[in-house]
Design a protein. Structure first.
Length: 249
């Protein structure tokens, strides 16, 4: 028997990177997976690749209204959730003096406000014993330059895991965090840097990781599935750091 046979799970931002790897991992363990994304073409492409036992929903993680609509859709389809992975997020890197209000609002809406109100809307859809896993970041801990807004949003999300754990535990719902270090996704590619400069940035980051390599989306997905499974039933309000030792040594 697989760990998530007969279970329903939700993965936000499931069309690429960690989200896609986690959605695929849940499905391989028997779950029916609902995954979201902002871009309909990316959703359609991912759905065609993943095949059956998946439900693709267009939803903007930074929109409170979209989160409420997602919960309503699950209600209409009679879907009760056993696990939720709040993965969708944005990282706009800029020096402090260059940060504007739009960057702040876009980052906090997507990384904190949207997830907060989505979870509130999902409460009636959570089975007793359900697990919520939040996607944090080691940037909340290491004081990396040019990440002041991003790091602050992730620090708030990590804090949310502790307070929600206190409030939701009486309902049988556990909340934990996975905070990843540098992971080989398309995030760096989206920074718009020339290839040579991008290589320098990647090399500089890799040099700071004791394991001397980037993590993989599949490695983070494994941590998420552990925190969502019965194997971690005694773990509540905890941050699992998966960063190759970057924030520890």
């Amino acid at each position: 028997m697989k760990r998530f046979d007969g279970k329903n799970v939700l993965v936000t931002g499931g069309t690429s990177g960690i989200g896609l790897a986690t959605a695929s991992a849940f499905a391989s363990e028997g779950a029916r997976v609902v995954f979201t994304g902002r871009d309909q073409s990316a959703l359609d492409k991912t759905a065609s690749q993943l095949g059956q036992n998946f439900i693709a929903v267009r939803s903007d993680a930074g929109s409170v209204a979209d989160g409420i609509d997602l919960a309503k859709l699950l209600q209409e389809r009679g879907v009760m959730l056993d696990a939720v992975f709040i993965n969708a997020g944005v990282a706009r890197l800029a020096p402090f003096e260059a940060v504007d209000e739009e960057t702040w609002d876009a980052t906090f809406n997507t990384n904190l406000k949207g997830p907060y109100f989505l979870l509130k809307a999902l409460l009636p859809r959570l089975n007793t014993g359900a697990a919520i896993v939040l996607n944090g970041s080691i940037n909340a801990h290491i004081g990396m330059a040019n990440t002041s807004v991003y790091a602050a949003s992730k620090a708030a999300l990590i804090s949310l895991a502790k307070t929600l754990s206190s409030e939701l535990l009486s309902s049988g719902v556990r909340v934990n965090v996975v905070s990843a270090g540098p992971v080989k996704t398309h995030l760096l590619d989206r920074m718009g840097l020339p290839a040579e400069q991008l290589s320098e940035v990647e090399a500089g980051i890799q040099a700071q990781i004791p394991l001397k390599r980037f993590g993989t989306p599949e490695e983070i997905a494994s941590a998420v599935l552990y925190l969502a499974s019965i194997e971690s039933a005694y773990i509540v309000g905890t941050e699992l750091v998966a960063d190759g030792g970057m924030s520890q040594l």
